[in-house]
Design a protein around this ligand. Structure first.
Ligand code: C2E
Ligand code: MG
Ligand code: MG
Length: 508
C-alpha cells in the first residue's frame, strides 16, 4: 500500500469513528462524492490542522492525501483506471497547444463498441465491466507510448495521437484497434464477440477547439456505425453534410404528428397456395415539406432514437385501424409495426385497446409486428406490455426475422403467431444457394412451432417459385403490390403467376 493510500485509510478510519464515513466504502464513486462534501466543509485553523464542521481534526498531510484521492478520482475512470472525460479534455487541449508550437497534427479516434449493450444486458453488468477493462487493455496495447487512451463513459473510448503527420498513423492505429477488438474475448469460459466502430478527426492547420475535434470524431464514428460497424470512418465534409441532414431530420420530426405530415400506405400480404390476399401491412410515410414523400426506412430509425417514435406509432395504430375498418378489406387482417421503445410504456396497450374499441376491429384481426430483437429483450417492462397486448387478443408477428441475434431455438419462447423472413434472405434466394437452406430451415422451424411463415420483399416470380417449393405460406413484396394508400390498392395480384407448391426444383 503506498503512503498516500495509507493516509487515506487512516483518514477513512477517523471519519468512520466519528460516524461521518459513508456506509459503503470501497465503492470509490460513493467515497469520492463523500470526500467532496467533506472537503467542501473544512476550515483551516492556525496550527496547520483542519477542523471539519462536525469537529474532526485532520492533519495537513491527511488533507493532502485526501486531496490526492479526490483529484485522482476527478481525473480517472474508476473502472478501467484510464483518464476520464475531464482529463481527456485537458490532455487534448495540451496536445493541441503543443501541435501549434511544433507544427504537427493531432488525431483523435472516437471509439464506440458494437454489441456491448447486448453483452451487458444478457450476461450481466459484472461481465460487462470485465469486458470494458479488457477492451481498455487491448486498446492500450495497440497505441504508441506517447499516445493516450481515455474512457468517456459507457462503451466509449477516445485515443489522442500526438505529433502525427496527416491521417496515416491514425488510420493504421484505427485498423489495429478494429482488428484487436473484433477478436473474441474469453469471458467466464465463453467466447464473447463484440467489435468497434471508430471515427477519426484530425486537427492540422485549422485551429480547432477541443470540442470541435471531439464532435467531428464522434460524427465520423456515427457514420462508421451506420456504414455497418466494425470499421473506421474519417471525418470530412460529406460526413458533416450528412450529419447536418440528420439533425435537421430529428428537428423536423418533433412535430410531425401535430403538423399532420404522416400518411399511411398499405401493402398486401398474399397466401401463396391460392393467390388470396389475407391482409395488409400498414407502412407509415412522411410527407416532408421540401422533401416529398419519404418511406419509413429514411426516418423511422432516426425517430426510434427519441420519444418521437411513440407518438408516431400511436398515430399509426389509430389511423391504420380507422382507414382499414372503413375499407373493403375490413374482413382481412391488419398488420401494424411497433418499435422496441413503444413497449417500454403501457400507453401502447391503451392506444391499441382504444383503437379496437372505437373502430370495432376484432382483436384477432390486428397483428402487431415486432422485430426479433425487441421480442428477445430480456426486459420486464417489455414482457409485461407484450403480455397485456396478448391479453387484448391481438396477434404478434416477428418481423425481419434473421437480422437479429437470436437463434432459431429461442423462437419457441415467443408468443407470436407468424414469422416474417427478412427481405435480405429472400433477395438472395435466386443468387445464393446458402440462403435457400436458411429459408428452408426457418420455414420448417416456424411450422413446427405452429407459426405462419411470410416472406418479405418478394420481387420476382423466381423467388416466389422457390418460396413455394420451400413451403413458405405467404408472401409480401413488389411482385404482389407496392405499398400505397388503401383506396388506391388495385387487385394487381391477380396477375401474379401461380406458384406450384411442389416443383422439380430442389435446393441441392
Ligand atoms: P418492414 O415492416 O419489414 O416493412 C417492409 C419494408 O420493405 C417496407 O419499407 C416496404 O416498403 C419494403 N418493401 C416491401 N416490399 C418490397 C420489395 O419487394 N422490395 C423491396 N426492396 N422493399 C420492399 P418501408 O415502408 O420503408 O419500412 C421500413 C421499415 O420501417 C419497416 O420494415 C418497419 O420496420 C418500419 N416501419 C414502417 N412503418 C412503421 C410504423 O408505423 N411504425 C414503426 N415503428 N415502424 C414502421
Ligand atoms: Mg413490418
Ligand atoms: Mg420486415
Amino acid at each position: 500500500m503506498n503512503e498516500g493510500l495509507g493516509r487515506h485509510r487512516t483518514l477513512e478510519r477517523q471519519l468512520r469513528r466519528l460516524g461521518l464515513a459513508p456506509d459503503t466504502p470501497p465503492d470509490l464513486g460513493g467515497w469520492a462524492r463523500f470526500l467532496d462534501r467533506v472537503s467542501a466543509s473544512y476550515r483551516a485553523s492556525e496550527d496547520d490542522r483542519y477542523t471539519l464542521e462536525r469537529s474532526i481534526e485532520i492533519s495537513s498531510d491527511e488533507m493532502r492525501a485526501l486531496h490526492d484521492v479526490l483529484s485522482r478520482q476527478a481525473r480517472h475512470d474508476t473502472l478501467t483506471g484510464l483518464p476520464n472525460r475531464a482529463a481527456l479534455v485537458e490532455l487534448l487541449r495540451a496536445a493541441l497547444d503543443e501541435s501549434r508550437l511544433i507544427g504537427s497534427d493531432v488525431a483523435v479516434l472516437f471509439i464506440d463498441l458494437d454489441g456491448f449493450k447486448m453483452v451487458n444486458d444478457s450476461l450481466g453488468h459484472p461481465v460487462g465491466d470485465e469486458l470494458l477493462i479488457r477492451v481498455a487493455e487491448r486498446i492500450q496495447a495497440t497505441i504508441r507510448g506517447r499516445d493516450v487512451v481515455a474512457r468517456l463513459g459507457g462503451d466509449e473510448f477516445v485515443v489522442i495521437l500526438r505529433d502525427v503527420d496527416g491521417f496515416a498513423t491514425a488510420t493504421a492505429t484505427a485498423e489495429r484497434i478494429v482488428d484487436q477488438l473484433g477478436r473474441p474475448f474469453r469471458m467466464g469460459g465463453n467466447n464473447t464477440a463484440i467489435s468497434a466502430s471508430i471515427g477519426i478527426a484530425l486537427a492540422n492547420a485549422d485551429a480547432l477547439s477541443v470540442d470541435d475535434l471531439l464532435r467531428r470524431a464522434d460524427m465520423a464514428m456515427y457514420e462508421a456505425k451506420a456504414g455497418g460497424r466494425s470499421q473506421y470512418t474519417i471525418f470530412n465534409d460529406d460526413v458533416s453534410d450528412r450529419l447536418d441532414g440528420r439533425l435537421a431530420t430529428i428537428n423536423a420530426l418533433r412535430d410531425v404528428v401535430e403538423a399532420n405530415q404522416l400518411v399511411m400506405h398499405y401493402q398486401p400480404i398474399m397466401r401463396i397456395a391460392d393467390r388470396t390476399v389475407t391482409g395488409v401491412e400498414a407502412l407509415v410515410r412522411w410527407q416532408r415539406p421540401g422533401h416529398g414523400l419519404l418511406a419509413a426506412d429514411s426516418f423511422i430509425p432516426i425517430a426510434e432514437e427519441s420519444h418521437v417514435i411513440t407518438a408516431i406509432d400511436a398515430w399509426a395504430v389509430k389511423r391504420a385501424c380507422e382507414e382499414f375498418t372503413a375499407s373493403k378489406y375490413r374482413e382481412l387482417t391488419l398488420s401494424v409495426n411497433l418499435s422496441a421503445r413503444d413497449l417500454q410504456h403501457s400507453g401502447i396497450v391503451d392506444t391499441v385497446s382504444n383503437a379496437l374499441q372505437s373502430t370495432g376491429l376484432r382483436p384477432d384481426q390486428l397483428v402487431m409486428e415486432l422485430t426479433e430483437t425487441t421480442l428477445a429483450a430480456d426486459n420486464a417492462t417489455t414482457a409485461a406490455n407484450l403480455g397485456r397486448l396478448r391479453a387484448l387478443g391481438v396477434r404478434l408477428a416477428i418481423d425481419d426475422f434473421g437480422t437479429g441475434y437470436s437463434s432459431l431455438s429461442y423462437l419457441r419462447q415467443i408468443p407470436a403467431q407468424s414469422l416474417k423472413i427478412d427481405r435480405s434472405f429472400v433477395s438472395a434466394l435466386d443468387v445464393d444457394e446458402s440462403s435457400v437452406a436458411i429459408v428452408g430451415a426457418v420455414v420448417g422451424m416456424g411450422h413446427a412451432l405452429g407459426m405462419q411463415v411470410i416472406a418479405e420483399g418478394v420481387e420476382n416470380a423466381a423467388q416466389l417459385e422457390r418460396l413455394a417449393a420451400l413451403e413458405c405460406d405467404q408472401v409480401q413484396g413488389y411482385l404482389v403490390a407496392r405499398p400505397q394508400p388503401l383506396r388506391e390498392l388495385t387487385e394487381s395480384w391477380s396477375a401474379v403467376p401461380v406458384a406450384v407448391r411442389s416443383t422439380n426444383w430442389t435446393s441441392s
